[in-house]
Write a protein that binds this ligand. Structure first.
Ligand code: SMO
Length: 763
């Protein structure tokens, strides 16, 4: 579906799928954060109720063991037979003829629980007084450390050491469309078809195959249009297992569309953690060494496929990545708590690392008497540092970080803002200016990180790209269409893109980690180039080339543009694209494609994994006016200059930048999931979990620099999360600057800011 079709309301989401023959599923969810499930009984007096418990499920599935380096492995049940591990954890499922009857039925199911002590903080989790997973010896779900002790000497001999502990709140992605599943089982073919709102159809098929104990080929996962995902839909959910399993058991089609409360309570949360970050500088403010220790609150589970280490690992591995330094000692731990499982949400891990690094740089600048822009100029990587490998092992191909900073400062009139700050003081109103510079990990090569593309020209000339990625509404078709059209020399509207169907599309990672342009785009270019060479060879034979038809020769001697393949030296001599297609399918009377030279058909499938992650970089400047009495602030300017290498589609890049920035404003100022000490979620509606509206999002001024990647064939770098990871940090810097106070915790609520303002004025 193209962006235009979605805007016209022509999208077809899970809730829109034909369901006349479907029965509906509702889940009974635990009201306790931690409990033993003693018994599950149907509603009193109810007959012929389809009620499924964890025991029923456990008797015919394989628990999943989520594995990755550093993870402590245990048995994951989509519905545990004996325990509930968070408020919202599914304990039973019922089936009825309508969603309303199903919900009423679920309410009437009788469950006896024995409540257990709930672990609701990192401190309690680390204390291990209560452990959550009986098959693990403690609450540690993930542990990783690198370069232990390496920074000790550098810190001891530094001119300046700055160290603080930063806290990031628990947040969740709030896609406009919540989750939903439609499952069918065909007993004749013994095959499942699962429609689900997901970013990762092939991972899902893999997880389902493991749990259901059937070959992957017996499962078809289809992703219809997806109304936003932002990381939340990049994992396998219990509901995505239970519906197909139940469809097989009951022999009918089943549907479930969740409501907002379920989504906030029981999908996945993210971002929550603390980071103790130290930096050692010399007397000129040059960064020498870094020490980072992250602790993440993973909630109840290590979710498939990425596992519980996702946020804290991403935090520490990318720490101070944009800045020169020689030593980094890092360590990350994830703890199990009795809260909803942590998964991904845009800005994974880097929301915390960028917040902490950018705050710490401002604190260090204050100690050294340097301007925040100046300490960044001194430490940001310089063009001649590239290619560059960080002390944590991240490899960067190209970049011009100093120039993006210069552009952002110039566009925001940084010097003018500073001058105004010095002269125009108004009682109760403070101007604050924040700067942030960082790079963004994209196209992650882990888990396993490859993508697959099949490009096909049908005998009738239809051009199709089948992709392992799965758009959630961000305009993949536009970008892919352009990449294919460029190679094949046709117009973009001739190209159809097919995504999100595991029967049709080659397998691959799906869509997350800003990987679309980089890994998927790269694989697609590879496949398109192969297909292009085949077209050129067929054309060469039609043009009666003699001698060997090497790739290099046809690329050199032929050009392809505007639907024609012509001699480079004599553009008047050529053949029509469509005639070449006919010839490739042996459908021409006057030309027979010699099969011993070029085989018939026009279809190429390629799989590829990039040799390294690809990093874009961004500089942001914000100016805010803070009301020191109420703690309210207005964003006066928000300038964001990004460098994502070659821009493949300007509209898409701008959309990602601005959308990401809006989410960053949410993450930085409003979004916080709160649990009470018993593990009850206090923010289970959008009245309580606040997301930005148009009122909170000022005009975002976006600028671009294009330093081509040397890793990707299309020279692009991913960029979809820069606004989300950078803006909370920059707004925190601006507010701290206005108040002369230290900000080490988010969100920047009015309450927090007013408190900081009072503290600062009493100093
Ligand atoms: S949070 Mo994204 O889907 O990697």
């Amino acid at each position: 579906m193209t962006r235009e079709q979605l805007i016209r309301g022509e999208g077809q989401f899970i809730a829109d799928l034909p369901d006349a023959d479907c029965r509906w599923v509702a889940f009974v969810r635990s009201p306790h954060a931690h409990a033993r499930v003693l018994s599950v009984l149907p509603p009193e007096g109810a007959r012929d109720v389809t009620l499924v418990t964890g025991h029923d499920l456990a008797s015919s599935i394989q628990p999943l063991r989520v594995q990755a380096p550093g993870l402590n492995v245990y048995d994951w049940h989509p519905m545990h037979p004996e325990r509930a591990l968070f408020v919202g954890d599914p304990v039973a499922a019922v089936v009825a003829d309508s969603p309303y009857e199903a919900e009423d039925l679920a309410d009437a199911v009788r469950i006896e629980y024995e409540p257990l002590p709930a672990v609701t903080s990192l401190e309690a989790a680390a204390g291990n007084e209560t452990t959550i997973h009986p098959d693990l010896s403690d609450n540690v779900l993930f542990k990783f450390a690198l370069n232990e002790g390496a920074a000790t000497e550098a810190f001891a001999s530094a001119d300046l050491v700055v160290e603080r502990t930063f806290r990031y709140p628990r947040q969740t992605a709030v896609p406009l469309e919540c989750r939903g599943v439609l499952a069918r089982y065909d007993p004749r073919e013994q095959r499942f078809t699962v429609w689900t709102s997901t970013q990762v159809p092939h991972y899902l098929r893999n997880g389902l195959s493991q749990i259901l104990g059937v070959p992957e080929d017996d499962i078809r996962v289809i992703r219809p249009d997806v109304g936003g995902a932002f990381g939340l839909k990049a994992q396998l959910f219990p509901e995505e297992v239970i519906l197909p399993w139940l469809a097989r058991e009951t022999g009918g089609a089943l549907k479930w569309v969740e409501d907002r409360r379920e989504n906030l309570l029981a999908s996945v949360h993210a971002h929550e953690g603390t980071l103790t970050l130290g930096a050692a500088f010399d007397g000129d403010g040059n960064l020498r060494a870094v020490r980072a220790r992250a602790e993440g609150d993973a909630g109840a589970h290590s979710v498939f496929p990425f596992g519980a280490g996702l946020d804290p690992f991403t935090t520490v591995i990318n720490i101070f990545g944009a800045y020169r330094h020689e030593i980094a000692e890092i360590d990350a731990t994830s703890y199990a708590t009795n809260k909803a499982p942590a998964g991904s949400y845009r800005g994974v891990g880097q929301v915390l690392s960028v917040f902490a690094v950018e705050r710490l740089l401002d604190i260090a600048a204050g100690e050294l008497g340097l301007d925040p822009a100046e300490i960044r100029r001194r430490n940001l990587l310089r063009t001649d540092d590239f290619p560059h490998t960080t002390p944590t092992g991240n490899a960067f191909d190209t970049g011009n970080y100093q120039e993006t900073l210069r552009m952002a400062l110039a566009r925001a009139d940084y010097d003018g803002l500073r001058a105004e700050q010095r002269t125009a003081a108004t009682a109760g109103k403070q101007l604050g200016v924040g700067v942030g510079t960082f790079n963004e990990v994209t196209g992650v090569t882990l888990y396993p990180g490859y993508d697959g593309a099949r490009v096909r020209i049908a005998p009738d000339g239809t051009i199709q790209g089948f992709m392992s990625s799965a758009s959630s509404g961000q305009g993949h078709a536009e970008v892919y269409g352009r990449l294919i059209a460029e190679e094949l020399g046709v117009s973009r509207d001739r190209v159809q893109i097919v995504e999100g169907d595991t029967d049709l599309c080659p397998s691959g990672s799906g869509t997350y980690a800003s990987r679309t342009a980089v890994t998927m785009g790269n694989t697609l270019t590879l496949a398109s180039q192969d297909l292009r060479r085949k077209l050129l060879k067929v054309a060469a034979l039609m043009l009666k080339f003699e001698g060997e038809l090497s790739d290099a020769r046809v690329e050199r001697e032929l050009t392809i543009a505007d639907g024609r393949i012509c001699l480079a030296e004599d553009p008047a001599t050529g053949v029509d694209f469509d005639e070449v297609v006919q010839a490739a399918y042996l459908q021409t009377l006057d030309f027979a494609l010699p099969q011993e030279i070029v085989e018939a058909g026009l279809e190429v499938t390629r799989y590829e994994k990039l040799p390294q992650n690809v990093f874009s970089n961004t500089a942001i400047v914000a100016a805010v006016d803070v009301d020191t009495e109420t703690g309210h602030f207005e964003i006066r300017r928000l300038v964001m200059v990004g460098d994502c290498g070659r821009i493949l589609d300007r509209e898409t890049v701008d959309g990602q930048a601005i959308g990401g920035a809006a989410m960053g404003i949410g993450c930085g100022t409003l979004e916080q999931l709160a649990y009470d000490a018993d593990g009850q979620l206090l923010t289970a509606s959008l009245m309580d979990y606040l997301v930005p509206t148009a009122m909170e999002v000022p005009p975002i001024e976006v600028g671009h620099l294009e330093t081509p990647s040397s890793v990707t064939r299309n020279a692009a770098k991913g960029m979809g999360e820069s606004g989300t990871m950078g803006i909370p940090a920059v707004l925190a810097n601006a507010v701290a600057d206005a108040l002369g106070a230290e900000v080490t915790e988010l969100p920047l609520s009015e309450e927090r800011i007013a408190g900081l303002a009072m503290g600062a004025s009493s100093l």
